[in-house]
Ligand binder design. Structure first.
Ligand code: HEC
Ligand code: HEC
Ligand code: HEC
Ligand code: HEC
Ligand code: HEC
Ligand code: HEC
Length: 426
């Protein structure tokens, strides 16, 4: 057995080495500017073009000093009122950057990546493929396993040969497929692998990142919220003060579309599969849902008469929009908590909606996704010294003490209980 043990020990050691090596590789990857950029900045910045915020390419060369950007990203709120260059930017871009909590080397990695960025990147909306080492892992494990097996076979045969030569009689060795150790190990490995895939698949049930159904009307957020700059809140106003963001009623559409009956905009309308869409026909569909007769009233259009007395124009019926985002019933999520109190941008969670001809689900909506943000995001903590911030938090005496004593410089959502199970689960 000692020979076996030696061989097993060697294999085990080399596997361990491999694991260590691969995890190092993952760590260096965490510093990859592109990944960091996509996770934290891409909702407002493009590397080479101005967007909600300025292009990041060459930012450090434009700024008052090479170190300015590192200070800015971590102190947005104070610098926006105190720093003259920052004030200029805020005036020019009209919206405020949200505070990012990154290390200097992470910000540096992002800006370095942006500086060397060249345009032919993936088209917008393509999900970032995270590098997947599991394939490499699997193949290496298989190869190592095979080598171990061959070595063991060679070992058995050599022993048999030497035994024969020396005339030692031993009982016939058990072939590997009847060897209990082999069988048990095989079954164990099979169970572990199958269990891993089974649990992963079960957790992923009902998740639908990138889901992009075809809606009853080809209604383009790019045309409305992008090109025509209609505020999200015009149609999803309840996100300010209620749990749901809501989908606008046909009435809201008709506020504008009584007058706008043709599509002549600059954006080409195409579906995901490449087929062209006629915008004017799509507006016509809206009219049939609204019970609006475009030809009546001397070509100005009017609602159909209500002959059947049900209180709505004859023929009008609701638009059956297909729901895209859908958390499981055991999760509580509230928009107003995040938008009004948490001051989060729609795009942080929903992606660049204003560039989407057809909406797709941008975020994974997994529990890890919620929790990660709660761990990293600071709340607008009440500052007793100058009475700024959300007064609600004046009740957290301990944190005020810690901030005063410089034990703490900010309070994250996690600290106020944002990772407690019962906050998110019914
Ligand atoms: C919610 C939108 C938003 C996010 C997210 C965001 N920014 Fe910004 N950023 C802006 C805006 C807007 C400005 C312009 C100043 C202002 O109005 O606040 C800006 C300005 C900047 C500037 C100054 C650029 C210049 O021309 O000098 C840098 C550098 C910067 N951001 C880096 C980052 C980095 C790095 C990240 C990700 C870690 C990030 N930003 C995430 C919106 C955002
Ligand atoms: C003119 C009205 C209008 C405006 C403005 C508008 N939306 Fe929408 N939004 C809709 C309608 C109608 C739907 C349902 C059809 C669809 O999914 O495309 C919708 C769907 C959505 C969905 C997917 C809902 C689901 O089913 O899960 C999200 C997310 C969303 N909008 C976010 C935004 C954001 C963010 C903005 C601002 C950048 C915005 N919307 C601006 C009308 C509007
Ligand atoms: C605040 C005004 C406004 C509201 C509200 C509005 N639209 Fe529009 N809509 C426009 C404008 C502006 C255009 C572009 C017209 C052009 O460029 O010729 C447009 C274009 C369209 C088009 C053709 C382009 C495309 O996106 O396919 C459709 C279809 C359409 N709207 C449907 C809707 C629906 C459905 C709603 C309600 C959920 C709605 N609109 C609400 C202003 C509005
Ligand atoms: C912190 C992340 C987050 C932010 C910020 C956010 N949403 Fe959502 N949104 C979600 C989640 C999660 C859902 C799914 C809710 C569900 O299924 O119960 C959702 C669902 C929606 C829906 C589908 C209808 C509904 O209410 O379930 C619309 C429309 C929508 N969001 C629009 C917006 C708009 C507009 C903004 C900005 C004003 C915004 N969201 C900001 C996370 C966010
Ligand atoms: C982009 C960051 C972000 C994401 C993603 C996010 N949240 Fe939050 N969440 C916040 C912030 C910021 C607050 C704190 C608001 C405040 O100041 O009270 C908050 C607060 C909450 C609270 C109240 C916590 C308390 O102690 O009062 C709940 C509940 C919550 N979030 C649920 C969710 C769920 C469920 C999801 C995932 C579907 C989610 N959040 C995803 C940023 C986020
Ligand atoms: C910030 C919000 C949040 C908090 C805090 C939270 N969860 Fe979740 N949890 C979610 C969301 C969102 C899902 C749905 C994930 C999905 O659909 O895949 C979920 C799903 C689950 C599931 C179903 C399995 C799965 O991953 O889909 C279990 C079990 C669960 N949570 C347990 C817990 C426990 C136990 C705690 C406390 C330690 C907790 N959760 C705290 C948001 C939260």
């Amino acid at each position: 057995m000692s020979r076996y043990r030696k061989i097993f020990n060697r294999i085990f050691a080399s596997l361990l080495l491999l694991i260590v090596f691969l995890s190092f590789d993952q760590k260096t990857f965490a510093q990859n500017g592109e990944v960091l950029f996509k996770a934290n900045c891409s909702s407002c910045h493009k590397p080479d073009k101005d967007f909600t915020g300025p292009a990041l390419k060459g930012a450090r060369d434009r700024e008052p000093s090479k170190e300015w950007a590192y200070k800015w990203v971590d102190n947005v709120n104070t610098m926006a009122t105190a720093d003259p260059y920052a004030k200029g930017l805020v005036a020019k871009y009209g919206s405020m950057m949200t505070q990012q909590n990154l290390k200097v080397e992470e910000i540096k990695a992002i800006l370095d990546w942006a500086d060397t960025y060249t345009p032919p990147g993936p088209p917008p909306g393509t999900p970032v493929a995270e590098p997947d080492n599991s394939m490499l892992f699997g193949i290496l494990t298989l190869v190592l396993g095979l080598i171990a097996f061959i070595l063991l076979q060679v070992n058995t045969n050599l022993r048999k040969l030497s035994d024969e030569k020396e005339g030692v009689l031993r009982s016939e060795p058990v072939p590997f497929y009847r060897n209990k150790i082999f069988l048990m190990t095989g079954i164990l490995v099979l169970f572990t692998v199958a269990g891993y895939f089974f649990v992963n698949a079960a957790i992923g049930l009902g998740r639908q990142q990138n889901y992009q159904p075809q809606q009853p009307i080809y209604y383009s957020h790019q045309v409305h919220a992008g090109t025509n700059q209609i505020s999200c809140l015009y149609c999803h106003g309840s996100s300010q003060d209620s749990k749901t963001a809501g989908i606008p009623s046909v009435n809201v559409c008709m506020n504008c579309h009584k007058a706008i009956n043709k599509y002549e905009g600059p954006d080409k309308l195409v579906r995901e599969d490449g087929t062209a869409v006629n915008g004017t026909d799509e507006i016509q569909k809206l009219y049939s849902y609204a019970g609006w007769d475009l030809k009546a009233n001397a070509g100005k259009g009017t609602y159909n008469p209500d002959n059947n007395g049900d209180g709505i124009p004859d023929g009008a019926h609701p638009i059956e929009w297909i729901k895209i985002h859908n958390l499981p019933d055991h999760v509580y999520f509230n928009h107003s908590q995040h938008i009004k109190v948490g001051k989060q941008q729609c795009q942080t969670c929903h992606g660049p909606i204003q560039e989407m001809p057809e909406v797709y689900q941008f975020a994974e909506l997994s529990m890890g996704w919620c929790i990660n943000c709660h761990r990293e995001t600071k709340v607008d903590f009440y500052n007793k010294a100058d009475s700024t911030g959300n007064k609600f938090y004046s009740i957290y005496e301990k944190f005020h003490e810690d901030i005063k004593n410089k034990k703490l410089d900010s309070v994250t959502v996690e600290k106020i209980g944002g990772t407690e199970c019962q906050k998110c689960h019914y």
